[in-house]
Ligand binder design. Structure first.
Ligand SMILES: N[C@@H](CCC(=O)N[C@@H](CS)C(=O)NCC(=O)O)C(=O)O
Length: 318
């Protein structure tokens, strides 16, 4: 990277190409026509040029802008919407329910896909990948059991796809109508994942003509303007920039969380690595922590509230 060419306010997506959750964000860049930088990160631990930015969050993707990092597609996409409101990801007033639908797509539907995919291609993945995913999920990543479950998961995957087919039944191009948005992004990555990583099972999708056409419509949108940048260069951006987010609280927080408190935050499903810091922003949509890193200086790390646990950490320094 030539420093002079890097726009320090350009979003930097830390991702890898086969990551389905990253695909959600790449498509959002496409829908909004955004120019962005791509940092390719490893698909398993260790991630030495990544965790200094996130404070320990290991999952993929995250989005960096300057000295701030958004962890999890839920907050990444909301931040993109805030910075680039047009075209909206929430056409036809779909905002609340489209976000809520992420809990169906990212947990139920996605977990069916994981079992179907790794039950089918598991024999070709490395032992280090299997060990990494077992460690991340806190339970066995048992390829043999997943293989035995493939017939059941095929039925489950079709049952979930049928929800999409029914929503498209009146001939609409996208799930919310004539414009793509969050309603599409949420299940899109689960369909994309099977098609890309496990083409031998993709005929499950081909059986649904309207889903197939929807998939073609979304694929045609592309990923906006992507340019690669090195992981070390992204770290330098964080080091030279200062966080911009201002403190803000919510008087109705049920347990009294407020800016200045020291806490730790972790996902409640998998990859449950706690990130500690001082609350900068807290509300129902997000919690942002201010952290100080010896080489990078002040970094603000944003997480969603739904699906994340916040624990007070009274005795530790952020
Ligand atoms: N809820 C998270 C889920 C992210 C997720 O599960 N990402 C997968 C990759 S697509 C992951 O982190 N895998 C382990 C890794 O990349 O180290 C989000 O929406 O961003």
């Amino acid at each position: 990277m030539q420093e002079a060419q890097l726009n320090l306010q350009e979003p930097i997506l830390h991702h890898y190409d086969s990551s389905p959750f990253s695909e959600k964000v790449r498509l959002a860049f496409g829908i909004k026509g955004i120019a962005w930088r791509s940092v390719l990160i490893p698909n398993m631990m260790p991630k030495p040029d990544y965790v200094p930015l996130t404070g320990g969050y290991r999952r993929t993707p995250s989005m960096q802008i300057g000295a701030e990092v958004w962890c999890d597609t839920a907050v990444i996409l909301r931040e993109l919407e805030r910075r680039h409101p047009e075209p909206t990801l929430y056409p036809h007033g779909t905002s609340g329910l489209a976000d809520a639908l992420g809990f169906w797509s990212d947990r139920s539907f996605f977990m069916v896909a994981v079992q179907l995919i790794f039950g089918t291609i598991g024999h070709s993945v490395s032992q280090s990948f299997i060990d990494d995913r077992a460690h991340m999920s806190g339970t066995e990543f048992d390829i043999t059991r997943m293989r035995a479950a493939v017939p059941v998961m095929r039925e489950q995957y079709r049952a979930h796809l049928a929800f999409l087919e029914r929503q498209l039944a009146d001939g609409r191009r996208f799930l919310g109508g004539d414009a793509p948005g969050m309603l599409d992004l949420n299940p899109w990555h689960v369909v994309w994942f099977l098609r890309q990583v496990c083409p031998e099972e993709a005929e499950l999708i081909d059986g649904f003509a309207r889903v197939r056409a929807w998939e073609d419509g979304l694929s045609a949108i592309g990923h906006g303007q992507r340019r690669e940048v090195g992981a070390r260069d992204a770290l330098s951006v964080a080091a030279v920039e200062m966080p911009e987010t201002l403190p803000s609280g919510d008087p109705d927080e049920p347990n009294g969380l407020r800016p200045g408190m020291k806490v730790e935050v972790a996902p409640d499903d998998y990859g449950r690595d706690f990130v500690s810091g001082e609350i900068l922003v807290v509300n129902t949509d997000e919690i942002a922590l201010l952290r100080r890193h010896p080489d990078l200086g002040e970094i603000v790390v944003h997480f969603p509230r739904a699906g994340y646990v916040v624990l007070p950490k009274p005795d530790s320094r952020a």
